[in-house]
Design a protein around this ligand. Structure first.
Ligand code: 6PG
Length: 232
């Protein structure tokens, strides 16, 4: 029985640069291994600076071999200021030219249940191509909320108990409330999960997550590892 590896913690003064370097490293390894880099993007504000550094590698990284998913999305239009897709598009996707068919946007502009089902089905088709029971991210980026949430898995949410579906509609206390989120069965199928954290005010909730508390503390890949890139 594979036991969960202890998380790796990388504290750094060069947060965005080091996070981008980690992502590019995983990308080269994945493309060498399978010809494709399956990268899940985190939402919120923290990743933006990381994506902007990745965008500087537009000409030096094989972005045509990257497949993009989103760990969660707010139920807003893709051009809404709160859209995680919009943030990623402006900071990264517009600059690097990933084939449109390789960007699995969660459609926040339609019903949350329909958007979740659509994403679930897209990932199932891709997993089948890799002969996988569950889509396996090479690298899934996640953030950490002040309450210990990650993606849109909030404390006390029914989504935390989901054992079958990989993408579900949910409601959270962080506005905008209506969201679509990856669930643990999908998150914990990743080869590597990297939490991106750059807020000293979250140090205590970070330590609690390391101790297994909160939704973030329940991220334990069944055959993979967890890395925390912590900006100081
Ligand atoms: C979201 C994110 C969420 C985020 C954390 C941290 O859609 O809000 O998926 O999980 O990563 O809330 O957000 P900040 O990076 O803005 O602190």
């Amino acid at each position: 029985m594979q036991t969960a590896l202890d998380p790796t913690i990388q504290r750094t003064e060069n947060f965005a640069q080091d996070a981008a370097s980690l992502i590019l490293k995983h990308g080269h390894e994945a493309i060498a291994r399978s010809g494709l880099f399956r990268l899940g993007l985190a939402g919120g504000n923290t990743p933006k600076a990381v994506y902007q550094i990745l965008a500087q590698h537009a000409a030096t990284f094989p972005w045509a071999k990257v497949q993009i998913t989103f760990g969660d999305e707010r139920c807003v239009a893709p051009d809404h200021p709160d859209s995680n897709f919009r943030m990623a598009r402006e900071a990264l996707l517009d600059a690097v030219g990933i084939p449109v068919g390789n960007v699995f946007r969660i459609r926040g502009e339609i019903s949350a249940d329909q958007a979740a089902l659509e994403c679930e089905q897209q990932l199932k088709v891709m997993a089948a191509r890799f002969n996988e029971p569950v889509y396996r991210h090479d690298l899934l980026l996640l953030g950490l909320g002040e309450d210990g949430h990650t993606a849109s898995l909030f404390p006390d949410s029914p989504a935390l108990e989901e054992k079958t579906l990989h993408v579900v509609a949910t409601v959270g206390p962080k506005p905008p409330p209506q969201r679509v989120t990856f669930t643990y069965p999908l998150i914990n199928s990743a080869r590597c999960v990297a939490f991106l954290l750059k807020d000293p005010a979250k140090e205590s909730v970070f330590q609690q997550a390391l101790a297994g508390l909160h939704p973030a503390g329940k991220v334990k890949p069944t055959d993979g590892n967890v890395v925390w890139i912590v900006g100081t």
